[in-house]
Each structure stands twice: as C-alpha cells, then as structure tokens.
Write a protein that binds this ligand. Structure first.
Ligand code: MN
Length: 413
C-alpha cells in the first residue's frame, strides 16, 4: 500500500509587504494575495493527490501575533485540509513563538479545531497518526530555545557557547529516546524546525546567531530509523543527504520573502512510501509553485558617457513584466545631472512593484549617516539601530532579527 505525504514549510504569510502594492479594491497588500496563492497551490495539490498526511515545517507568519486578516488568509487555506479530513501537523518555528519562548504561539488555536485533524507540534515527542492508508509515526522537533530545555540554575555562569553545548547534549539524549521508542515496522518521519549545520544558507542567515537558536549537527537527525527527515527554517530548498539515506530535506519557503531568494525555485515536496515492501521504499519529489518573480537590475554607469541610455537599455533588456524589480545603479555624483529618473519610472510601470536606488560611487567606500559623524558617542548597538531605521524600506522584515543577533554577538564579548 502506498502512503502519500505533502511537506511544506516557511509560509511567512504577511511578510514581504515592502515588495507589494495596495490593491485598490480590497485595501490589502498585493503580497498577501501572492502568499495566499502559493499556499493555495500546496493545499490544491494535497487534495488532488489525496495525500494521507500534511507536514508543515514551521514559520507560519513573520511573528506570533499576526493581524486578524492575515490569520484568516492562512486559516481559510488550512481549513480546506480539515474539510478533506487530511491529518495535518503544524510545527512551531522560531517566528511562531512569542519572544523568548514564553506564552502560547500563533498556531496553538488549531489544537482546538476541526475534530482533531490538526496536531500542533510545540514539543519534542513522537506521534502515532492513523491515516486512511495506515499508521505513521512523526517525531516533532520544534524550534529549540534555551529556556525550553535548560533551567536557569543549569545555565548560571556559563558562556553562550557552553550553553549551546549543554543544549545539544540534552537534545541528543532526548532524540535518542524518541528513536528508541519507534516501531520500525511502521513508517517514521522526523519533522524539525532547525538550522542544521551543512545547510546552504539563504535569507535566514541573519537569524542564525540569534540567542534563541543554534545549529544542530546533521548527524543528530540523519538517522536510518527515520524514512524521511522533513525540515523547516532554511528558505532554500535542498536535500542535506544526497544519498537519501534517509532524505533530509528543507522544503524551502513557498514564496520569496525578499531579494536574497531571487534566483530560487519555490515549492513543496511530495513523498510516497510503499509500506509493504521490505525495506520500505520511499520516493520524494520537489514540486515548483507559480510564484511572483523577483528581478534585480544592476548597472554600473561610472564609465559611461551616457548613463541615462545605459540604464534604459538595461531595463529594456530585463524581464520585468509583473515582477518585483529593483534597479540599482552605481554612479558618480558628478553624473547626477545626466539622469532623468522619470524615464525609468515610465519603463518600470509594467513591473508589479519596483524600487530605484542610485549608489554614489566615491573614493570613500562607505556612505555615512550625518548623526554618526566624528565626535558622536554611539554604542555599536545604537549605531546599528540608527542604520536599520535609515534603511526601513529594505530591512523592515529582518530588522528585529538583525538587532537580536547583534545583541547576542555583543554579549559574547
Ligand atoms: Mn525559521
């Protein structure tokens, strides 16, 4: 008998609004519709393929308190799985936890809904789920934070890296317990939201040094007792075990959160397990979704006698139709008079949204904020805060994580 599972992750519904525009009909940001469409594509596939189980790898929203209309967009899609009576595990990612792991999580209400077809993975445990094609075991490993595994007396006086070592030791013992409890006759999947070392990092690299997280060695997770390891957190789809023994797969995000994901295909993973064959046969495939294209147009006009013409040529030779576009050109301040930005606006109208940035080329390698001049007595953190605020447009979605990561780094000194 074949068992079918759909694995998706990192929905981040409600993010990337700085790359959208306001829909005049609804007053809503167009990126909400983009993310809803991508999620809808995953749910459509689950229903059409009549999968036995859906595994969501965590990070539903940018934070644990999304506005009601964003919650509704998310819930109305997952509700379709409940109506289709497809059991669904919703794992808790770092973005789903309240700050520092205290209190509930944005996904906890799903525990109470729809005849128990939702299971919220907010602790390390192994579930036995009865599906229409038979039982399956799922070990859930939500995002680990210090306070979740260690008590205050245990960490007293320890450095951050000593604490991380201690967490890993505990985690290894707990995972070992889970693995020993598995019934090896029944398919088993490990579902984890984690930064696994050996991953190729994408947008989430800024989050890697957050004080709420650390990297888990691949060897902890890539265990032959599991038929498949379903990962969330890293936005770039990849298999960390190319020999598929077992597959250790980041499904990746379903839509581009920012420009660092520009060149990546987005999608979900379908898994098929033949339970009756010995050993169990497993096949998995990555299925791309139709997503909003992102396009960077980068031009250096410092050597050009006609920078305007060079930039226009670059725009015209780029695929910008319905894309999120950013035009960046390096230019000497002395050339500013040769530029008419209105002409770029006119050409970029066919993009979904766009931004234009002139990078002044000077002998100084860095542009300075006036507040940060000589004689100001800013701490490094205040300086970073000021910088992040000055770049609100580009950094809005990751500003909080950047500041937290910086605080952690400072604390290590
Ligand atoms: Mn994450």
């Amino acid at each position: 008998m074949q068992m079918k599972i759909l694995h998706l992750s990192d929905i981040h519904m409600g993010s990337s609004f700085s790359h959208g525009k306001t829909d005049p009909a609804t007053g809503r940001n167009s990126r909400l519709q983009d993310f809803t469409s991508a999620l809808s594509g995953c749910i459509d596939a689950a229903l059409e393929q009549e999968v036995d189980l859906v595994l969501f790898g965590g990070d539903a929203f940018p934070d644990s308190t999304p506005p009601p209309y964003v919650q509704e967009a998310f819930a109305s899609q997952f509700n379709r799985l409940a109506q289709g009576q497809i059991p669904t595990v919703l794992l808790i990612g770092n973005h789903d936890q309240h700050s520092h792991g205290q209190g509930g999580a944005s996904l906890s209400i799903y525990r109470t809904l729809a005849g128990n077809s939702f299971i919220v993975g907010d602790q390390i445990t192994t579930l036995k789920i009865e599906t229409k094609s038979g039982p399956i075991q799922v070990t859930t490993l939500p995002w680990i934070n210090r306070s979740g595994l260690l008590t205050r007396p245990e960490t007293a006086g320890l450095s951050l890296s000593e604490i991380n070592q201690l967490i890993l030791k505990k985690l290894q013992a707990i995972l070992e317990q889970q693995i020993r409890s598995l019934d090896l006759q029944i398919p088993a999947i490990l579902l984890a939201h984690a930064m696994v070392d050996r991953a190729v990092y994408g947008a989430e690299k800024f989050l890697a040094v957050s004080n709420r997280g650390f990297q888990i060695p691949l060897s902890f997770l890539a265990r032959s007792e599991y038929d498949y390891v379903a990962l969330g957190h890293v936005h770039t789809h990849q298999n960390l075990k190319p020999d598929n023994n077992p597959p250790v797969v980041y499904a990746g995000s379903i839509e581009r959160v920012d420009f660092s994901e520009e060149g990546e295909e987005k999608g979900y993973v379908l898994i098929e397990i033949a339970q009756d064959s010995k050993p169990k046969q497993l096949n998995w495939s990555f299925n791309p979704l139709a997503t909003r294209p992102f396009k960077t147009i980068k031009v250096n006009v410092t050597a050009s006698p006609n920078p305007q013409a060079q930039i226009i040529k670059a725009i015209k030779s780029s695929q910008i139709n319905e894309a999120v576009v950013r035009l960046i050109y390096d230019i000497y301040p002395e050339q500013y008079d040769l530029i008419d930005v209105k002409a770029f606006d006119e050409l970029l109208k066919e993009a979904h949204s766009y931004s234009i940035k002139a990078n002044p080329a000077t002998n100084k390698s860095h542009q300075r904020l006036p507040e940060m001049g000589v004689g100001s007595h800013l701490t490094p953190l205040d300086a970073l805060k000021m910088y992040v605020e000055s770049r609100q447009g580009e950094l809005k979605d990751i500003a909080q994580d950047m500041l937290e990561a910086a605080e952690t780094l400072m604390a290590q000194n």
